[in-house]
Write a protein that binds this ligand. Structure first.
Ligand SMILES: C[S@@+](CC[C@H](N)C(=O)[O-])C[C@H]1O[C@@H](n2cnc3c(N)ncnc32)[C@H](O)[C@@H]1O
Length: 444
């Protein structure tokens, strides 16, 4: 009998065959250390290609699970809507660009191919990859993923129904778009971990013969949020969700948690190189997995850092950046921060922020118009009480709990030994920028 060889279709785009010069691996620089532990989780600021290349130096074949929700080439700009802290209810919100998604198809395909190759390198054999897309690009991406991982590595296409339709969306012409697509691949063709999940039977459910059900529930299939028994409506369509942090494309924790529970074990390493608001990192940490999350947007890093550090009992975390990024990006502009230290009779030190100046060009007019006092710019700040160059070793992190709530501008510390110290103070402002200053402290 003639053996059947499965043909592998290949997608070709402008420039695919062009020989690309190998790019130099740029090491990651550690900027902040929050807590100590043997294997801290990592929040990395940088372009995904640079970050993945740097990670593969030490973590090749060690990642158990990747969940990515990359830009889809939608042609849009995505804004982060910020309320300037301390303004009265009803003040206009400030739209800041979180990221742009307008590469154009050829460029997107070339870029995504490179990302897929780097993720394959980092994944362990049997490791799982989930790629969250929509119909803009999903069909192209599937062909690329088949080429990079091998068609036999493909496991499932998951359809996630976004939810009920209302308002302007219901007026759209034609069939209304109401689902995202997630592709699930396992490197090598067989996932080394898969924990099957069930949705519980509805109350009062009996089998056709009238007997009580025996199993754990209905096994979850590849259509999610498809019925009332499996409710995961997108938080983007829910007006009041406690999870929402204002990031434009934030995904639900329940959605990512389902993936993390099914395709990893406690202690496994989970990676997301398009972290956005940090959903994957938060979920991985809650479920006892180790994680690495990265993103190129400073707003994403700011939001993710705050989301993680505000959790009581958070795990040790290091914030890193790809050294290839400029130290100060034009949208940030250089801030000027001032702080002072006071030592009381018992040797307790209080550091107080006394001013923060943000250059005009870094702040949109609508935001500046709402700022009556410079402290309104600050969303969170931290102190390294014994700064010795290199990464900031943070032991005090102060954050604004609600956007209208107050922020402490002073924090205290007691040193174990007398001596001369340098304390580093760093602010994270609502625009996604950072400012640093140092203060000398002498303990007699
Ligand atoms: C769809 S959002 C991810 C949302 C995330 N899943 C969440 O729950 O918040 C895509 C993210 O990719 C980031 N991004 C876009 N291009 C990037 C690149 N070349 N490298 C790294 N991150 C990038 C954007 O800044 C954005 O935060």
């Amino acid at each position: 009998m003639e053996s059947r060889v499965r043909a592998v279709a290949e997608l070709v785009w402008k420039g695919k065959r062009k020989h690309r010069r190998a790019t130099r691996v740029v090491a990651l620089r550690t900027d902040e250390i929050h807590g100590s532990g043997p294997e801290p989780n990592r929040l990395v600021r940088g372009d995904a290609s640079d970050v993945l290349r740097a990670l593969s130096d030490t973590l090749s074949g060690q990642v158990s699970l990747v969940y990515i929700d990359p830009p889809f080439d939608t042609g849009q700009r995505f804004d982060f809507r910020v309320t300037v802290p301390g303004t009265v209810a009803g003040s206009p919100r400030v739209s800041l660009e979180a990221y742009r998604d307008d590469r154009g198809l050829d460029d997107w395909l070339a870029w995504f191919f490179g990302i897929a190759v780097q993720l394959r390198e980092l994944l362990a054999v049997g490791g799982s990859l989930y790629v969250h897309l929509d119909a803009h690009i999903a069909h192209y991406a599937k062909v690329i993923l088949d080429e990079v991982f091998g068609a036999g590595s493909f496991q499932r296409e998951i359809v996630w129904r976004i939810g009920w339709i209302s308002g302007f969306k219901s007026k759209a012409r034609g069939w209304i778009r109401n689902h995202d697509t997630l592709f699930f691949y396992a490197k090598g063709g067989r996932p080394s971990v898969f924990h099957k999940e069930y949705v519980p039977y509805p109350q009062g459910y009996v089998r056709r013969d009238g007997s009580a059900p025996r199993g754990a529930g209905y096994p979850i299939d590849d259509v999610w949020n498809g019925s009332r028994l499996d409710p995961i409506d997108s938080i983007q369509i829910v007006s009041f969700s406690r999870e929402k942090v204002g990031y434009p494309t934030q995904k639900n924790e329940a959605l990512v948690a389902r993936i993390v529970r099914a395709s990893s074990r406690p202690g496994d390493l989970v990676l997301d190189c398009f972290a956005g608001s940090g959903t994957t990192a938060v979920v991985a940490e809650k479920l006892g997995r180790r994680w690495i999350a990265s993103d190129s947007s400073p707003l994403s890093i700011h939001v993710t850092r705050k989301r993680l550090l505000c959790r009581p009992g958070h795990k040790p975390l290091i914030a890193q950046s790809s050294a290839s990024r400029p130290r100060v990006e034009p949208m940030e502009g250089r801030r000027v921060l001032r702080a002072r230290a006071k030592v009381d009779a018992r040797g307790r030190v209080t550091i107080e922020i006394t001013s923060l100046r943000i250059p005009k060009r870094a702040a949109p007019e609508v935001a500046r118009a709402q700022v009556a006092h410079w402290s309104q710019w600050i969303d969170a700040w931290c102190v390294d009480w014994d700064y010795r160059r290199g990464p900031t070793n943070v032991s005090s992190y102060v954050f604004r709990k609600t956007s209208s709530g107050p922020l402490d501008l002073a924090t205290g510390h007691t040193y174990s030994n007398p001596g001369k110290y340098v304390a580093l103070v760093k602010t994270f402002d609502v625009l996604g920028g950072e400012a640093i200053t140092t203060v000398d402290v002498t303990i007699e």
